[in-house]
Design a protein around this ligand. Structure first.
Ligand code: SAH
Length: 370
């Protein structure tokens, strides 16, 4: 829902100032449309239905995973593609259920902040899509509202398409309204490649959001190969900016580290990670690689061994539970444009084996499962 258009429409209709708030409250609680807003005069409901589209986005396709994950492909008004994912985690059982005081598993929504992404991380499908544009606050909220109409949601992660720190005003605008949908700042995470100006602004914003950093390598040479943005914002500066966020908020920064066989999963690379991350400020989330056609993912044994090294040295580490892989909805698999199969596979065996040529940016990972 275009919230600016809503306000001007209500003003033009001579409605009192509280109306916009009323409409938003219904919407945030999952109302199916204006017709459900029974404390609004009927003529006003009809006028809004005619003049303010209930969602700025249209659903193009929806894919459902065996694990309950749902991936939705939306179009913006001018036809740009974006995707969002609802992840349903297993319900807690036994003691855990008692502690959590609930029998329904966590419901987490993964939102996109841009259509496509201007960055070109080599392992991520979105980086292969042409960059479209920044999304507006309303377009970001409409993704979450789509799922909110289906069921209660309690977590939001900005880990869909795009780099949220390059569109921070719109992202923070959405974050400010998420609590009305039941998602507090503490249960909202913004993930970044390490875009320092955005991290600094988030530190100044004073909102207790979760910051997540996509690190993937503990040395500049390898990180620059995997994520060209590292040339612009090198590792030490990025980590210092994250550290400042921790100092200001006392909120642990989550480090995401996608496990690539023979590339960043060796024992000495785990030690290097220990050396650069202060365990009081950072916690590591190891991510099993979801195939996008470029690398080979580390096996379970290699991931567990890597994790053991981190923990032996006092660095907290978890292995991310992969959701929605069978519908290409897992991390790094969001790419809306169908295209030819990947042009080249990168052989495992260390960064030195990577081809000199940059990956073919025209290739595109598979799209929604049909
Ligand atoms: N641009 C932001 C937000 C996107 S988050 C960022 O990069 O942090 C997407 C997360 O999924 C990032 O941690 C990213 O590194 C990770 N990811 C990308 N491709 C992946 C893949 N193929 N397998 C597993 N994780 C991947």
């Amino acid at each position: 829902m275009d919230l600016d258009l809503l306000e001007t429409t209500l003003r033009d209709a001579g409605e009192p100032a509280y109306r916009a708030r009323q409409v938003w409250e219904w919407t945030a609680r999952g109302a199916a449309g204006y017709e459900a807003m029974t404390n609004l005069p009927l003529v006003l409901r009809e006028r809004l239905a005619a003049e303010v589209p209930f969602s700025a986005l249209t659903v193009q396709r929806e894919a459902r995973s065996r694990d309950g994950t749902v991936k939705t492909l939306f179009h913006t008004a001018e036809g740009r593609a974006i995707e969002a994912v609802l992840m349903r985690y297993p319900a807690p059982t036994g003691e855990r259920a008692k502690r959590a005081g609930r029998l329904v598993g966590r419901r987490s929504v993964c939102l996109s902040s841009q259509s496509g992404c201007p960055l070109t991380c080599t392992f991520c499908a979105t980086g292969t899509m042409r960059f479209g544009r920044n999304l507006t606050t309303s377009e970001i909220l409409d993704q979450a509202l789509h799922f909110r109409r289906v069921e209660d949601i309690d977590n939001v992660v900005f880990m869909g398409m795009g780099e949220p720190m390059m569109n921070l005003d719109a992202v923070l605008g959405a974050c400010r309204r998420l609590p009305d949908m039941g998602v507090t700042h503490r249960r909202t995470a913004i993930s970044t490649v390490g875009w320092i100006p955005g991290i600094d602004r988030l530190t100044q914003a004073g909102m207790p959001l979760r910051l997540a950093l996509s690190l993937h390598a503990a040395d500049d040479a390898l990180r620059s190969q995997l994520m060209p943005v590292n040339e612009r914002y090198p590792l030490a500066d990025v980590l210092a900016a994250c550290r400042a966020y921790f100092e200001a908020t006392r909120r642990t920064v989550f480090v995401e580290y996608v496990m690539l066989a023979g590339v960043n999963d060796r024992h000495e690379q785990a030690r290097a990670l220990v050396d650069v991350l202060d365990p009081r400020a950072f916690k590591v989330n190891l991510i099993p690689y979801n195939p996008t056609g470029t690398f080979d993912g580390s096996g379970r044994g290699a991931i567990d061994a890597f994790r053991a090294v981190l923990e032996e040295h006092g660095l907290r580490a978890t292995v991310r539970l992969t959701r929605g892989a069978d519908i290409d909805a897992a991390c790094g698999q969001l790419a809306a444009a169908p295209g030819p199969p990947p042009a080249a596979r990168v052989q495992a065996g260390g960064a030195g084996d990577r081809p000199d040529q940059p990956p073919n940016r025209d290739r595109s990972a598979s799209t929604l499962a049909t």
